[in-house]
Design a protein around this ligand. Structure first.
Ligand SMILES: C[S@@+](CC[C@H](N)C(=O)[O-])C[C@H]1O[C@@H](n2cnc3c(N)ncnc32)[C@H](O)[C@@H]1O
Length: 266
């Protein structure tokens, strides 16, 4: 494991993300769909009903809720993640609902397969690695022609205020994850974390040892170089140079600067 993977992994081993409270089939299928999956699928032009029988890769699956959602809708899912504790939670969730998901402990860059996938998802992962574009190329090579690839990244403009907060946390609490968490709980929340999900969310947002920032145009360039045609963006926007700049400025206020972008492999 490289140095960044090692430090990022120490966070997710301790705070497996997103650790969503999925208690029943309604949570897994309908709530998850309404909250986030419908938006993610829309960027790639995929309908929930078309997932049946599809080969899906969930790269950096975390605690596996999205992997289980795909499996619940009949997809054949391969999931990889570095974090053993996240994968253990994912497996437990899949077992609870009797779902088959092929979970693998692996860095994206080391995953070997002959298989090509219909849909590839890599959400909130690449910006925690030492070479986001390199790993993007690796996953896009696993995509079938006509298949889709969806990635979620932190935005260079939208994350600006958050970056200032991270610098402030670093100044006061240093590198140590637990010290950071204690500082965040005391100063940003001003109370004890309510539950595991809140604590996990805070860890991912404020205590992450490493994150990088990306623009829409940069990703469009990644797509062009890998023979991928842009299909959609969330939060929704036009992607002309001017519109995309305005959109990214708007994210400064509303979205913590996280965006999801999809394309279709030619
Ligand atoms: C913010 S979580 C996102 C989890 C999930 N994709 C989601 O959307 O909820 C980031 C995940 O990426 C994993 N990760 C980070 N670097 C990785 C790498 N190089 N290879 C595989 N997984 C990685 C972490 O272990 C963590 O579970």
């Amino acid at each position: 494991m490289d140095k960044i993977a090692c430090s990022v992994n120490s966070l997710y081993e301790r705070y497996p993300y997103p650790s969503l409270p999925i208690r029943n089939e309604n949570d897994l299928s309908h709530k998850l769909h309404a909250n986030i999956m419908s938006k993610i699928l829309k960027t790639a032009g995929i309908d929930q009903s078309s997932l049946q029988g599809k080969d899906i890769m969930d790269a950096g699956c975390g605690t596996g809720e999205k992997s289980c959602y795909f499996a619940y809708h009949g997809a054949k899912v391969t999931s990889i993640d570095l974090s053993c504790s996240s994968l253990a939670k994912g497996k437990k969730l899949a077992d609870t609902f009797g779902l088959k998901v092929d979970f693998n402990r692996c860095d994206i860059k080391d995953f070997k397969t002959q298989k090509k996938f219909d849909h590839i998802f890599c959400l909130g992962v690449l910006h925690h690695t030492n070479d986001p574009y390199g790993r993007f190329c690796i996953i896009s090579d696993m995509c079938k022609p006509g298949g889709t690839i969806t990635i979620g990244l932190y935005n260079s403009y939208g994350r600006f205020v958050h970056r200032a907060k991270r610098a402030w946390i670093q100044l006061n609490a240093g590198e140590d994850i637990e010290k950071r968490m204690e500082f965040v709980e005391r100063t940003i929340y001003g109370r004890k974390f309510k539950n595991t999900h809140e604590q996990t969310y805070a860890a991912d947002k404020y205590a992450n040892p490493y994150e990088s920032y990306h623009t829409i145009n940069e990703v469009i360039e990644w797509f062009n170089k890998n023979n991928i045609t842009y299909t959609g963006l969330y939060p929704y926007s036009d992607i002309g140079v001017f519109q995309s700049f305005l959109t990214q400025l708007k994210w400064l206020k509303s979205r913590n600067g996280f965006f999801i972008i999809s394309g279709r492999k030619n």
